[in-house]
Design a protein around this ligand. Structure first.
Ligand code: ATP
Ligand code: MG
Length: 403
């Protein structure tokens, strides 16, 4: 295995993609691919900057995070590499220092290209030691929204006149993605799926980089779009009831409202989508589930809560997983979410509803027992198989009642 330093010594041509990468996005990656295709450098070296001279450092994520995300986004590409050169260097990251260093590390006649977007090109002459920089490396200028080809050509012509044809224009369609847009999407809880690779999205969430994305209200708004009106209203009812039950029984109110919010998040997926997701997410479709795929919406909801809404708390995930079947060892939180689902205030009437509401705040187990028995009876009458977890829940609640 060769290190970056090793291959630099033999490198005949290298394209450097410098940037803040806060975070790296598909715009950067697509540009790098286009440079590979048009200029055929041996590698594209992504160079996250340490302290950008042109940006307010207080607003920028830690260099190590930006480096890790850049690595995650590029590591499976055989011709992409990431360098720590700028983030490991003290002080502001000036491109001239990087250019000098690379020039002295590569083969003497190596061709060095620096890739810059139209916005950076417009500022190029203000960069430190701009003339020396232009003598040291070539630049590949890339179109970006907000900059016309005419403007770019004029800037390139003006610089090339002074510095002897050092800038090439990459002919490609403009890509309307910026890190600013990605951060805004994160902050507003909007999808970033078309903007950044999934591992970058996961990393940003895991490290809470662009906060606000998955606040309770942001998730609620997102679910309102995902669910039918009827189901969304039901969800609001379950939240209300679960909060009330949690307060009454001294459970964690915050966990109860999160589990209630997400309990049906996967319920309205089509049967085919549920089957496909079960296969993809490794949810066991045993015969009982298979006969009634709707029963998977509990485990699938827990997976979706984890994967799509970044819920990590195992107690919340468990309450979502078992809210429709129950199970043999239900926690207080599991019971609260299941009961809230049965009795929430917007429920259409069904035979044991009044009885369950009567018991809910005096004998919770009794209320649940009534609900589970009723469900099992209904399913049996409809010739639907009953999930074994339902029988386990029933047995445990009966036993608990005898104690
Ligand atoms: P921010 O919005 O935070 O400024 P950015 O999207 O501009 O982020 P940078 O890390 O600042 O990303 O950019 C690194 C380099 O990549 C710059 O030269 C920039 O012009 C270029 N670049 C970024 N996005 C694009 C894009 N969509 N098309 C072409 N070039 C891009
Ligand atoms: Mg920028």
């Amino acid at each position: 295995m060769t290190s970056t330093r090793d291959y630099l010594t033999h490198c005949q041509s290298l394209a450097v993609m410098g940037g803040t990468f806060d975070p790296i996005h598909y715009g950067h990656i697509t540009v790098a691919e286009a440079v590979l295709a048009s200029f055929a450098p041996q590698r594209v070296l992504f160079m996250p900057c340490g302290q950008p001279p042109h940006k307010n450092n207080a607003d920028i994520s830690a260099a190590e995070h930006r480096y890790q995300m850049t690595l995650l986004a590029t590591c499976d590409h055989p011709f992409f590499d990431v360098s720590r050169m700028e983030i490991d260097r003290e002080g502001a990251s000036y491109t001239i220092d990087t250019a000098r260093k690379l020039k002295s590390s590569c083969a003497p006649d190596a061709k060095l290209y620096f890739i810059i977007g139209a916005d950076a090109l417009a500022q190029l002459l203000t960069w430190k030691n701009a003339e020396e920089l232009l003598e040291t490396v070539h630049f590949i200028a890339v179109p970006r929204p907000g900059y016309t080809k005419k403007d770019m050509n004029a800037t390139i012509a003006a610089i090339n006149k002074r510095c002897n044809e050092r800038i090439f224009l990459l002919d490609m369609k403009k890509i309307d993605i910026s890190s600013t847009k990605v951060r805004r999407h994160f902050a507003q809880g909007k999808s970033v799926r078309t903007l950044v690779p999934r591992p970058v999205e996961d990393y940003a969430h895991a490290h809470n980089l662009y906060r606000g994305s998955f606040s309770f209200d942001a998730v609620k708004t997102s679910l309102q779009k995902r669910l039918s009106t009827k189901r969304f209203v039901h969800t609001l009812g379950v939240i209300k009831e679960a909060e009330q039950l949690a307060r009454f029984y001294g459970a964690d109110v915050e966990k109860a409202r999160w589990a209630a919010l997400l309990h049906d998040c996967a319920k309205e997926y089509s049967t085919d989508k549920k089957r496909a997701l079960c296969a993809k997410w490794g949810i066991d479709l045993n015969s009982t589930h298979f006969a009634q795929v709707d029963l998977t919406h509990g485990p699938m909801g827990a997976e979706s809560a984890k994967r799509d809404f970044y819920v990590t708390d195992p107690e919340i995930l468990q309450a979502i997983r078992y809210h429709s079947t129950g199970h043999g060892h239900m926690t207080l939180l599991d019971k609260i979410v299941m009961l809230a689902d049965f009795i929430e205030p917007y429920r259409d009437d069904y035979p044991p509803l009044a009885q369950m509401r009567k018991h809910a705040y005096t004998h919770m187990d009794k209320a649940l027992l009534v609900g589970i028995k009723y469900t099992i009876k209904e399913e049996t009458q409809a010739n639907h198989p009953v999930h074994p977890d339902g029988y386990n829940a029933l047995a445990a609640l009966k036993n608990g009642g005898k104690k």
